[in-house]
Ligand binder design. Structure first.
Ligand code: SF4
Length: 520
């Protein structure tokens, strides 16, 4: 092929998009930046929802940018313009989880900005950040941004852009005062990082663009419910964080699916808790959609739902067990018993499913080797029914959960438990562990404050590998054995169980989950 006709990586991805909303340019442009690659960013319904909100804001237009290394220039590619990102009036970053902080720094550099806010000039664009990370601990983001939108941001981004339009950065605090969920960054850590809740009229969130080059290839994503009414003590999406599950009627979900779509993904923290889920999946299968679904709870996976999913093209049943033994699952209020998962395996096999994937958290407080022996036994029994893949990750205690102050078990101990489990499983189950080292890095960011954020910049400048993070975090008191430095975010919603952080004992006294731990 001649060089002139060759498409760049972003142009190939652009050619695979189905635009469901009419984009138009406006006087003010906001770079909507995802700190990971296109294939991850375009699978994020939240990112697409913010794109739609900016588009609906008078005088503003969104320009998407992603962190891909196959782009034709150093400056990020602006997908709406099919060329490098021009100068913009604002930058909005959507950050899903802790390890994307390095991508935030990279993208600010690629946009020509000093990553640290204090090194930027008054005429640099305002940098706003939001996204799923802000439900938990966005404190390490603060040195890099001007404004944080914490929690559900689709309503707030509009309000923020309208208020800052044409204004001076120096007056941000006055401009944005009174907006619950919005934090104007300063050199001091805020005591409270609020979590905003979007107006229900903005639900259901759904795709604005269907993309081919994503994890969820050509899938129209829609959110039949938001939040979760359960209480698992390690989870940020639990009821206490944002008021529980908000379901959308099945008919409203069906009505929102546009022409030209072949695949539909139902996205949400607890989709199978939706009362109409079986009817909804059957209605989608009746219309010949191939179906994806983000969160299957074993106790809700009854035969009619398994049959409906099978009709929608499902062949692998995926569930989270999240606790190596029934005792541990009760400790963390995960309402999944061994008999639930055994029933699901048997019924899934009889319906025609080929495989079962199980997600498991290791290293919950009070976990012992006997719990791992129990897990190995259970997985081997399940493997006699269906082939089993098990995804294992160490507990990363999160802010805004009762387990915030639980220890990270440490890199060596995590590796020891993984090795033990592999030995106990005797090759009968396919084991897919996440890296203990990078889980530790995530755990530091899940706990840290502003100084930990700046340590990420240091690690980034030293090459961004594990050794660079280890050295940078050591300087602020965090070690791979799980030792915690003095720079950490406040307790947040639900406090934390006392495992040594200042203030934890007081929070613990008010935490109902403690009673569960004490009863063991
Ligand atoms: S782990 Fe799942 S079921 Fe439990 S609170 Fe979180 S979203 Fe709900």
């Amino acid at each position: 092929m001649s060089g002139g006709r060759q498409r760049s990586g972003p142009q190939r991805r652009l050619a695979g998009e189905l635009q469901l909303e009419r984009w138009s340019d406006a006087p003010n442009r906001c770079a909507l930046v995802y700190p990971s690659g296109y294939h991850v960013g375009m699978s994020s319904l939240g990112f697409q929802q913010i794109w739609r909100s900016i588009l609906a804001t008078d005088g503003w237009t969104p320009l998407r940018a992603f962190n891909d290394d196959d782009e034709p220039s150093e400056r990020p590619f602006a997908y709406e313009l099919n060329r490098a990102m021009p100068e913009v009036e604002a930058i909005a970053l959507s950050v899903a989880y802790e390890l994307e902080l390095a991508g935030v720094i990279t993208m600010l550099e690629r946009l020509g900005l000093p990553p640290l806010r204090r090194e930027r000039q008054p005429d640099h664009p305002i940098v706003i950040a939001g996204g799923p990370l802000t439900f938990s601990n966005p404190a390490p983001l603060l040195p890099f941004v001007d404004v944080l939108i914490c929690g559900e941001g689709e309503g707030l981004i509009k309000e923020v852009l309208q208020r800052i339009e044409g204004e001076d950065k120096a007056s941000l605090s006055a401009l944005l005062s009174g907006l619950s969920g919005v934090v104007v960054a300063t050199e001091r850590a805020p005591v409270l990082l609020p979590v905003a809740k979007a107006d229900d009229v903005l639900l259901p969130a759904h795709s604005a663009i269907v993309a081919e080059s994503t994890e969820l290839r050509k899938m129209f994503l829609i959110e039949p419910e938001r939040g979760c009414s359960r209480q698992c003590t390690y989870c940020v999406m639990r009821r206490s964080t944002n008021g529980g599950m908000r379901p959308v009627p099945a008919q409203a979900v069906l009505d929102a699916i546009p022409q030209g779509v072949e695949r539909v993904g139902l996205v949400g923290a607890a989709v199978t808790d939706h009362r109409e889920i079986t009817d909804l999946v059957n209605a989608l299968a009746d219309r010949d959609f191939s179906i994806g679904i983000s969160s299957l709870r074993a106790d809700r996976l009854k035969r009619p739902l398994l049959e409906a999913l099978f009709r929608g093209g499902y062949r692998t049943v995926t569930v989270a067990l999240d606790g190596a033994s029934p005792r541990l699952r009760r400790v963390v209020r995960r309402k999944t018993e061994d008999q639930h998962i055994e029933r699901v395996a048997r019924e899934a096999k009889s319906v025609g499913f080929m495989k079962m994937k199980i997600y498991m958290v290791l290293g919950l407080p009070t976990e012992h080797d006997e719990d791992l022996e129990n897990l190995a036994h259970e997985l081997i029994e399940l493997s006699k029914i269906l082939p089993i893949d098990v995804g294992l990750s160490p507990l990363v205690p999160k802010r805004n959960t009762p387990l915030y102050c639980a220890p990270f078990i440490g890199v060596k101990e995590s590796d020891r438990r993984l090795k033990l489990l592999r030995r106990l499983l005797k090759g009968r189950v396919n084991v897919r562990p996440v890296s203990s080292r990078w889980s530790w890095v995530e755990s530091v960011l899940a706990r840290g404050g502003l100084a930990v954020g700046e340590a990420v910049l240091e690690a980034h400048r030293r090459g961004g590998d594990y050794a660079a993070y280890k050295a940078a975090f050591k300087a602020v008191g965090y070690l791979p054995d799980g030792s915690v430095g003095s720079d950490h975010a406040p307790m947040g919603v639900d406090g934390g169980v006392a495992y040594g952080l200042p203030g934890a004992a007081e929070a613990l006294a008010q935490t109902t989950e403690l009673k569960v731990l004490r009863k063991r």
